[in-house]
Design a protein around this ligand. Sequence first.
Ligand code: HEC
Ligand code: HEC
Ligand code: HEC
Ligand code: HEC
Ligand code: HEC
Ligand code: HEC
Ligand code: HEC
Length: 261
Amino acid sequence: MKRNLIIFVVITTVISVTYAMGLIPTAATESVSKVLHHSVNPGTLSAAHANLGDNCQACHTPVMGVDTVKCIMCHANNESILQRQPTAFHASVGTCKECHQEHRGLDANLSEMDHSLLTSIGLKALEDAEPGSEEQAARIGLADKLKFANAPHERITLQESVLDCKSCHSNDDQHQGLFGNDCAQCHATDRWTIPEYKHPSTSSTDCNQCHQAPPSHYMMHFKMISAKVAGKPHARVEQCHQCHQTTSWNDIKRAGWYKHH
Ligand code: HEC
Ligand code: HEC
Ligand code: HEC
Ligand code: HEC
Ligand code: HEC
Ligand code: HEC
Ligand code: HEC
């Protein structure tokens, strides 16, 4: 499952090369700005960039259009994006404008996640893979999957489902690993909840198939406190249903809401 790793490593090289060449927005002349300005102004910039309103070439380069290098110049030091697992891909992604659309007015949301774009970027980066390399094998594998496989369910596209969700979302896993790493098998990319999902009833005795007890349940605490609070001195840890209900882990059978001291 090194797909993303391969994909994004390739892109990093491209960006650092552009950087090293010193592609800093040099004296892009006043006249360039004027030409751009008077051609078409597609709309007011976002509030965050409002002060760049007269400075079109802060983001644009004639002919090339929006210049990713210029975005990076101003934002390369944003530690908080780079350190959060889901946005760490910013370190090496080679394009910005698709997820950060501009000219939609002061109130517009400047950041919108587009998961399928990640797949296109990855595929594009793998296009030039050396024959016989690991990257080429990955590309062929992906291309085959996109041609012959089906989306795992109807709320996700096949294009999105080939992403390695856990590389960006393993910290969001609510299942303590019990459901495996293939999040796309059950989840879509717009929200984690699953509209058609119905939780098993409180009378189920299989709770431990899908839930893992907290570490305290495997320590003295369990016999000394948990079992006593629940009035079930002989229950074993894996018999969650003896003490718990489905409303909340703190809503203990017979004892009601358990408050921590
Ligand atoms: C903060 C960065 C930024 C500044 C400053 C900026 N733009 Fe843009 N502009 C963008 C982005 C990003 C897009 C493309 C994404 C989109 O569709 O919103 C874009 C798209 C455009 C387009 C559509 C064609 C294309 O290249 O995609 C035009 C024309 C344009 N801008 C003109 C201007 C003019 C004129 C100015 C100055 C008055 C300006 N822009 C200032 C970021 C900027
Ligand atoms: C001249 C410097 C400069 C350039 C060029 C620039 N930005 Fe910004 N950007 C800023 C500043 C300053 C802010 C507001 C403060 C902040 O949030 O860091 C900002 C804010 C943002 C935000 C956060 C908005 C929010 O909701 O708070 C995003 C996303 C962003 N820029 C993306 C881009 C992209 C994509 C480009 C290239 C099309 C770009 N920037 C070009 C300086 C720049
Ligand atoms: C595949 C979509 C995608 C691409 C491509 C992308 N970003 Fe982002 N970026 C996001 C999303 C989504 C967020 C908001 C994360 C959050 O706060 O939940 C974000 C956040 C940011 C922020 C911080 C905004 C804030 O709220 O502080 C900046 C700055 C930024 N991106 C700049 C860039 C730049 C520069 C590029 C190009 C090198 C880029 N992004 C490419 C999706 C993308
Ligand atoms: C390269 C990183 C990356 C990959 C791979 C990725 N995502 Fe995301 N995902 C993000 C970012 C960034 C956001 C925006 C919200 C944020 O910053 O946390 C997001 C948002 C989401 C959200 C919405 C969360 C919310 O609360 O609004 C869901 C659901 C989601 N992703 C599911 C998935 C699934 C399922 C996969 C695999 C098919 C996947 N993602 C693959 C980076 C990624
Ligand atoms: C076998 C199916 C399955 C797999 C695989 C799976 N999940 Fe879930 N997940 C569920 C179900 C069912 C729910 C409950 C949905 C609901 O309540 O609407 C859920 C709920 C969640 C929630 C909480 C939603 C909320 O806000 O209540 C998150 C976050 C989540 N899963 C993340 C992940 C991540 C990350 C992965 C991959 C590492 C993953 N899941 C793998 C089935 C799965
Ligand atoms: C077939 C799998 C499955 C079984 C069996 C199951 N659950 Fe769940 N349960 C889930 C999923 C998926 C979620 C939503 C993701 C999450 O929060 O862990 C969930 C959520 C919960 C929550 C909400 C957690 C929170 O933080 O909001 C509680 C409480 C809960 N279950 C208790 C139980 C109890 C008690 C039993 C047995 C009577 C049980 N579950 C049986 C799958 C299951
Ligand atoms: C003998 C009764 C009993 C059994 C069996 C039991 N628990 Fe608990 N559990 C409790 C009580 C009481 C609490 C609240 C106070 C505490 O931590 O002792 C609790 C707390 C929890 C919490 C909340 C911990 C926190 O820090 O918020 C979770 C999650 C939990 N149990 C999951 C499980 C799961 C999953 C199982 C089965 C694999 C299980 N429990 C089996 C009695 C039990």
